[in-house]
Design a protein around this ligand. Structure first.
Ligand code: GDP
Ligand code: MN
Length: 381
C-alpha cells in the first residue's frame, strides 16, 4: 500500500523523524486556513499525488502571502499530474535549504537483507543519480537480525560524503528511519530530499512510504486504506475480497493460487497476448468466488476472452467444475471462455464441464493450448 506524502510524514512523525508542521486540505479555503494557522511565511503548497516529479509539473509552489496561497491552491487542486488528478494539497511551513540529500531503506530480496541507500545528491530522481553517477550512492546491507547500530550509521554517512555539519542529524534520522521501516512494517521508506538547513538541522522535506499489506492486521491503517487509489475494476474486486490487479491487455485471467496466476500471465504473453488482469481466486474456487471473479472480469470493457486456469489441489476438480457451471448460470458473460482444468480429480471435473462446452465455453488440455486459444479469441496472436 502506497502512502501519500502527507501520510508518509504522519508515519515519520510517529517515529520522531523531524518534518515541517503542516496540514492536508481539499479546498482553497482550507489551504488559506492552514496558512493562517501556520502564521509564518513563506508556506509551501504541495500537490498530493502518488507520483514523483511534482515540482517540475507545477505541483509544488512557495507562497509568500494569502493571495498567493489562494492562487496556487486553486491552480493545483484539480490539476492533472501524469494522469493523477490532485484532490488534496499539503500546506507546510517552508524550509530554508542549504543542501538536499537522499535516504531510503528497502528490501534486497536476492541478498535477504535490508538495503539502505544514502546520497549527497538528493532532490533529483535517484534513478538518474544511479545512471550518471552510481558512486554517489552509498549503499549498506543490513542483516535484519542484527539491525542498524549507530557506529554503522555514522560510517555510512561518512561514506556518502554528506556535509560534516549534517552528520549528527543524519545519523539520528537514519536510525529512526530504519526503526520506522522495520517496526512500521514498510517495504520502502524514502526521504528525498533530506535537507540540511543553514542552521545545521537535518529534516525530512518529502516522504515516500510503501507499507506491507500483509502486516495490516497489527496496525491501525484504516485512514491510509481509505484513501487508496484503485481503478474501478480493482475497487470492485477489492469489495469482493479478490486478489486482483488490473492490467491493460484483453485476456481476462482467473487462476487459483498466486503462483499459477503469475505463470498464467507469462504463458498468455508467451502466446502473443496481453493479460487484462491478475486474479488469484485462492484455494476454494467455489461458485460464489468464481461468480464474483467472472463478474469483475466481465465488467472490464477491454476484455475480449477469458482464460480460467485451475489446478486442483486440496480442492478437487469436480468441486471446481461445479463452481464454474453454477457461476456461469448466475453471470451473463460477454466474452468467450477457455478453461484448463488439471490436478486432483481433473477427469471428473472435465466430465462435469463437457456437456456445457460450446464456442463460448471451450476446454483445452494444457495451459499453453488454453493460452493460445484465449489469445486467438481475443483477436491477437
Ligand atoms: P517531488 O518533486 O514530487 O519529489 O517533491 P518534493 O517534495 O521532493 O519537492 C521537490 C523540490 O521542491 C525539493 O527538492 C525542493 O527543492 C523544493 N521544495 C520543497 N519544499 C520546499 C521548502 O520548504 N523550501 C524550499 N526552499 N524548497 C522546497
Ligand atoms: Mn521528492
Amino acid at each position: 500500500m502506497d502512502l501519500f506524502e502527507y501520510q508518509g510524514k504522519q508515519f515519520f512523525s510517529n517515529f520522531d523523524i523531524p518534518v515541517s508542521a503542516g496540514d492536508v486540505v481539499t479546498t482553497v479555503d482550507g489551504a488559506i486556513a492552514v496558512a493562517e494557522r501556520i502564521g509564518r511565511w513563506p508556506v509551501v503548497v504541495k500537490a498530493q499525488v502518488q507520483v514523483g516529479g511534482r515540482g517540475k509539473a507545477g505541483g509544488i509552489k512557495l507562497a509568500n502571502d494569502l493571495d498567493e496561497v489562494r492562487q496556487y491552491a486553486s491552480d493545483i487542486i484539480g490539476m492533472d499530474i501524469k494522469g493523477h488528478t490532485v484532490e488534496r494539497v499539503w500546506i507546510e511551513e517552508a524550509s530554508d535549504i542549504a543542501e538536499e540529500y537522499y535516504a531510503s531503506f528497502t528490501l534486497d530480496r536476492s541478498r535477504k537483507q535490508h538495503l539502505g541507500m544514502l546520497s549527497a545528491q538528493g532532490g533529483v530522481e535517484i534513478e538518474a543519480v544511479a545512471e550518471t553517477d552510481p558512486d554517489a550512492i552509498a549503499k549498506i546491507w543490513i542483516d535484519p537480525v542484527e539491525g542498524l547500530d549507530e557506529a554503522t550509521a555514522r560510517a555510512w554517512v561518512q561514506a556518502a560524503k554528506l556535509n560534516p555539519e549534517a552528520t549528527d542529524g543524519a545519523v539520528d534520522i537514519l536510525l529512526k528511519l530504519y526503526r520506522a521501516y522495520v517496526e512500521g512494517d514498510a517495504d520502502l521508506v524514502e526521504i528525498n530530499p533530506l535537507i540540511l538547513k543553514p542552521t545545521g538541522e537535518v529534516h525530512a522535506l518529502d516522504a515516500k512510504v510503501t507499507l506491507d499489506n500483509n502486516a495490516a492486521f497489527r496496525h491501525e491503517w484504516a485512514d491510509y486504506e481509505a484513501t487508496q487509489e484503485r481503478d474501478e475494476r480493482e475497487q470492485a474486486a477489492h469489495e469482493k475480497g479478490l486478489q486482483y490487479v488490473g492490467l491493460d491487455g484483453s485476456v481476462g485471467i482467473i487462476a487459483n493460487g498466486a503462483g499459477l496466476a503469475m505463470s498464467t500471465l507469462d504463458v498468455v504473453n508467451q502466446a502473443g497476448g496481453k493479460p487484462a488482469n491478475f486474479l488469484d481466486i485462492g484455494g476454494g474456487a467455489n461458485a460464489d468466488v468464481m461468480a464474483g471473479a467472472l463478474e469483475v472480469i466481465n465488467n472490464d470493457p477491454a476484455v475480449r476472452s477469458i482464460f480460467i486456469n485451475i489446478f486442483g489441489g486440496i480442492t478437487r476438480g469436480e468441486e471446481v467444475a461445479n463452481g464454474i457451471v453454477e457461476a456461469l448460470n448466475r453471470v451473463q458473460i460477454n466474452s468467450p471462455i477457455v478453461i484448463r482444468l488439471d490436478g486432483t480429480n481433473a477427469d471428473e471435473g472435465r466430465a462435469i464441464l463437457q456437456p456445457h462446452l460450446s464456442d463460448a465455453l471451450q476446454m483445452q488440455p494444457t495451459m499453453l493450448d488454453a493460452a493460445r486459444t484465449a489469445v486467438a479469441l481475443a483477436g491477437n496472436g
